[in-house]
Design a protein around this ligand. Structure first.
Ligand SMILES: C[S@@+](CC[C@H](N)C(=O)[O-])C[C@H]1O[C@@H](n2cnc3c(N)ncnc32)[C@H](O)[C@@H]1O
Length: 288
């Protein structure tokens, strides 16, 4: 991209236009050998709500989920996008039969080691949950920390069909989605910075961050252009589809789920119009 003293602006400009909704960035993100190191550290940092929420929130969430879904020891739970297994561990300690699925190899290896260290019998699978094929197996399926928001409507509906199939009759699906209040509060400021080594790359690089808004679709993109010393450009994209309670209810009902309860989060804080998140428990109904 650098030609003598000249920057090839045409190359850069391509990435500065608002892309099509859900246009993909680099394939490797969660499973990138370097990025996944920083990501695991973020999951495990008890002081921040980064890749996972703080330990006290996780514990409260697990207890609230058990109560609100009427779960009993021995019930089978599937945690989709389980990361390093922070929720799985708590459920297993309370006597549940737990399966965790994630496509970060590093997180799954950490989770397996933690289960061994605590003598917990948890099944972990390194897999894309869009490829899962369970049938009538689980009493509850969890999808925690906004994963429903980051995929296109087409993939979201596919995932919903797979979750419906994976659940036993009358099984429960618990998830949380962000609202536009969250976006308003946390919207990305456009900025750039240079780093010797950092979250995105182990070598010197430049990061151009920009946010794109798609208000007509309740959609937002956080984009990170990472330029290495050799001129290589990588683009990382985090898409967020924010929901209102009405919209998420409609999507779940179209997928043959009925919303049983909705809160401001999955710890059970009462739902308010200005909630940043919506925590939901939905029940599997017969296919429409
Ligand atoms: C925001 S983190 C949340 C992790 C965990 N649910 C928690 O709250 O601690 C999202 C997780 O989902 C995983 N993930 C994202 N898309 C996935 C997919 N299609 N299949 C499997 N795992 C996925 C990522 O690797 C990451 O561990």
């Amino acid at each position: 991209m650098i030609d003598g003293d000249h920057l090839n602006f045409n190359v850069l400009e391509r990435f500065l236009q608002r892309p099509e909704p859900f246009a993909s960035g680099e394939k490797l993100f969660w499973n990138d050998p370097h990025i996944s190191k920083g990501m695991l550290a973020a999951h495990l940092n008890p002081a921040i709500d980064a890749a996972s929420r703080r330990p006290e929130t996780i514990e409260k969430t697990v207890n609230h989920m058990i109560r609100s879904m009427n779960l009993k020891a021995g019930d089978k739970i599937l945690d989709l996008g389980c990361g390093p297994g922070l929720y799985c561990k708590h459920f297993a300690q309370q006597g549940f039969s737990v399966t965790g699925v994630d496509y970060s190899q590093r997180s799954i290896e950490y989770a397996e080691q933690a289960a061994t260290d605590h003598s917990l019998d948890i099944e972990y699978k390194y897999m894309d949950y869009l490829d899962m094929n369970y049938c009538d197996t689980f009493d509850a399926v969890l999808l925690i920390y906004g994963d429903f928001c980051v995929i296109s409507d087409k993939k979201r509906d596919l995932l919903l069909r797979k979750i419906h199939k994976a659940l036993k009759p009358d099984g429960y699906f618990a998830l949380d989605v962000s609202t536009k209040i969250h976006r308003k509060k946390n919207g990305l400021k456009n900025r750039w910075y240079a780093a010797e080594n950092g979250f995105w790359k182990p070598e010197p690089h430049l990061v151009l961050e920009n946010g794109f808004d798609y208000p007509e679709e309740n959609l937002y993109l956080d984009q990170y252009l990472v330029i290495e010393k050799c001129g290589k450009i990588s683009v990382y994209r985090n898409w967020f589809h924010d929901y209102s309670l009405g919209e998420i209810r409609e999507v779940l009902e179209a997928g043959s789920f009925s919303v049983q309860s909705a809160w401001s989060d999955l710890t059970g804080k009462p739902y308010k119009e200005n909630s940043e998140w919506i925590g939901i428990v939905a029940k599997k109904e017969s296919l429409i």
